[in-house]
Design a protein around this ligand. Structure first.
Ligand SMILES: [Zn+2]
Length: 222
């Protein structure tokens, strides 16, 4: 997960309480969530949903409340539905969503993705379980986006990152290429990066990489 700064005031069309998927809502969500699903961090997924963080179940306030609208992909929306109503809130400043959940990318496209709750509370545990299921399980709801598709996409991003790490540590790399590798490594730490939590956790677990990016990843507790 990554931190989202929600913009205010709320999109105007929500005031009429007729639709929560108006163009202005979609534009604002896309901008605030940097075009990524807030759960899996897939960028420009095949299908985007306006998701209710707390399932509205007919409640008008929850249906049209700007604070309750999140950007998710159809796959995550399908897994979450009303089953996960107690997730970590990535729009809440008080929650360190990055450090709460360790994300470990697969070492090969077919291997399992590991997602580990690093805090004992129920929201963290439940969010980690959902993310783990999204990457590793197949459901019948959406046949286009399978676990294999997700892991392949994630692995590709991870492999690119590791290639730059290797260029940085390789004794045979000339100075110019090593400097460029550092720029790439830092670039891939930005909020808008696809699957940022997976890449940032490589840095959090490795002091050598962490020293290169310390100033460009969110600070602990923030
Ligand atoms: Zn998703």
């Amino acid at each position: 997960m990554f931190k989202v700064a929600r913009s205010f005031p709320p999109p105007a069309s929500l005031a009429a309480r007729r639709s929560y998927t108006g163009d202005d809502v979609l534009e604002a969500l896309n901008r605030d969530f940097l075009g990524k699903c807030y759960i899996c961090e897939t960028q420009e997924p095949l299908s985007l949903n306006v998701e209710h963080f707390v399932a509205h179940e007919g409640d008008e306030e929850l249906t049209y409340s700007w604070n309750n609208l999140f950007l998710s992909c159809a796959r995550c929306n399908n897994f979450k539905r009303h089953h996960y109503n107690n997730l970590l809130d990535c729009t809440d400043d008080r929650v360190d969503v990055l450090r709460a959940i360790e994300h470990i990318a697969p070492a090969s496209p077919g291997a399992k993705v590991r997602v580990i709750a690093r805090l004992p509370d129920e929201s963290t545990r439940s969010t980690a379980e959902l993310i783990c299921r999204i990457f590793n399980e197949d459901n019948t709801g959406n046949k286009r986006v399978t676990s294999a598709y997700m892991k392949k996409r994630l692995f590709s991003e991870y492999a690119t990152f590791i290639r730059y790490v290797n260029a940085y540590i390789d004794q045979n790399t000339i100075k110019e290429d090593r400097d460029r590798a550092v720029l790439h490594i830092r670039h891939m730490m930005r909020d808008a990066q696809q699957y940022s939590a997976f890449l940032r956790w490589v840095a959090l677990n490795d002091p050598t990489i962490y020293a290169l990016v310390e100033d460009v990843i969110p600070m602990a507790g923030a």
